[in-house]
Write a new protein. Structure first.
Length: 467
């Protein structure tokens, strides 16, 4: 095992890798339940789709992460991308609900679009085109990506646990503790308070150089949650059988139906051929740059960069990602991508594929023991995400802020990731800014052609697709 994964060579240990794998899994376990909710838009009456997506997303995450473990041998986990799953619902299922059509057929038509985008993605990966695109990005964007992801991860943690709330006047606000005390009671905001406590536990342990500080913080916050709330974990196993039945009848058969392919380019289901093409391009773009961003961010955090500042074995990682997307579409779920929460495992010391192997095993177990994934509450995993945000934000210091040509695109990449809730959008906006500045300052060179092309593609995406 040590020789296969290169554990000692990477400066890690088996124990550290296992702890890192558990840390990553607990940080992203929410996807098991959140993904089917997002794909169905929390809409009642779509139980068949929910069950099919539930099983498909776990199997796809298991396959993708296992590939990352055994082929790329990197500590990166894969699962269905957040944002992309909501976009899937809005694009393919919601129109059928509104028009009174067949939501299942809309769902299956969408799977065809995902499959095609995944195949294109795979071709780009196997030919090395994706690696070339990633390495062609300007240095300022590469260095700002990991910091932007850090802010994005932290924002996800704040939002998931309610530390950051909606505000009709300022868009967001800090959790309203005073309002809760006067209204429904302090217990309504207790998860947010416990998340803040958990974050401080992790930081304090790190300051004391305690190994496994992240997983200890997660477990400590979990215990505090059940003690303070007086609740106990639930273990309802009755739904598992029905989930597999719906997966077999609706999910895994979806892309193999001739009607699904016809609907994928039909005006009634997708909006016509042009709309289908734009959807395919959009899913390709978002998946590509979500993955590129995550790989650069986590590889930087793990010290897995080559002499040019690019992730080691970048193309292998991207190939794993594309295969997971194709497998996910064939099984019945939206686009799979390298998960940004992988950074939590890296922060816990994960450096090899053993970390990913542990994550894939945990996902596989969830397929049959799904309630286990719900034992750890959101307020316990949010602190890990916020802590990772602190670590990754430090990478922004490597950006040359004395040169506005580098500083402005880097800043836009950094800030637009959390504000637009998309890693890909952050990269796209940064690419557009870099290209325009380079052209107007007369510093545009042949090596900037690729980033200009990326900027043009994102301009088309912003014009024709709402996401």
């Amino acid at each position: 095992m040590d020789k296969f994964f290169g554990i000692s060579k990477s400066g890690s240990t088996v124990k550290t890798e296992i702890i890192a794998g558990l840390t990553t899994f607990f940080a992203m376990a929410y996807i098991v339940f959140v993904n089917p909710n997002q794909v169905t838009g929390f809409t009642e009456g779509l139980d068949q789709i929910w069950n099919a997506v539930y099983v498909a997303s776990i199997i796809a995450a298991t396959i993708g992460t296992l590939l990352m473990a055994l082929y790329a041998k990197k500590p990166f986990a894969q699962a269905c991308g957040m944002g992309l799953n909501s976009f899937f619902f809005v694009s393919f299922i919601l129109p059928q609900i509104i028009s009174g059509g067949d939501a299942v057929q809309g769902y299956q038509a969408g799977l065809v679009i995902i499959l095609i985008s995944g195949i294109i993605f795979m071709i780009l990966s196997l030919t090395g085109a994706r690696e070339y695109i990633a390495k062609a990005m300007p240095d300022c964007l590469k260095k700002s990506i990991s910091a932007g992801i850090g802010l994005f991860i932290a924002f996800i943690g704040f939002q998931n646990v309610g530390l950051i709330q909606d505000n009709p006047y300022t868009l967001t606000q800090f959790v309203d503790i005073h309002g809760a005390i006067k209204g429904d009671g302090i217990m309504t905001v207790m998860p947010a308070i416990l998340a803040l406590v958990g974050f401080l536990i992790i930081v304090a342990l790190q300051k004391k150089n305690v190994k496994g500080n992240v997983i200890i913080g997660i477990l400590a916050t979990t215990v505090l949650y059940y003690v303070v709330t007086g609740s106990t974990p639930s273990f309802d196993m009755g739904q598992i059988g029905q989930s597999f039945k719906d997966f077999a009848s609706v999910g895994v058969t979806g892309v193999f139906k001739a009607t699904s392919w016809a609907h994928a380019f039909s005006p009634a289901f997708v909006g016509g051929v042009f709309s289908a093409i734009m959807y395919i391009i959009t899913f390709c773009l978002v998946d590509m740059f979500d993955t590129i961003g995550t790989l650069y961010g986590t590889a930087t955090q793990a010290g897995m960069l080559d002499e040019n500042g690019d992730p080691i074995d970048l193309n292998k990682c991207m190939t794993c990602d594309s295969i997971a997307t194709v497998a996910g579409a064939a099984l019945g779920t939206s686009t799979c991508t390298t998960f940004v929460e992988s950074a939590s495992g890296v922060a816990a010391g994960g450096r090899t594929g053993l970390t990913s192997l542990v994550v894939s095993i945990c996902f596989f177990i969830c397929l049959f023991l799904s309630p286990l994934a719900s034992i750890v509450p959101g307020c316990a995993t949010a602190p890990a995400l916020i802590y990772v945000g602190v670590l990754m934000l430090g990478n922004f210091k490597n950006v040359d802020m004395s040169d506005i040509k580098s500083a402005a695109p880097a800043f836009l990449t950094l800030i637009m990731m959390p504000l637009t809730y998309s890693i890909a959008n952050g990269i796209g906006i940064g690419a557009i800014a870099y290209t325009i500045i380079a052209i107007f300052t007369g510093e545009f060179t042949k090596k900037d052609i690729m980033v200009a092309l990326i900027g043009v593609l994102f301009c088309l995406k912003f014009i024709f697709i709402t996401m």
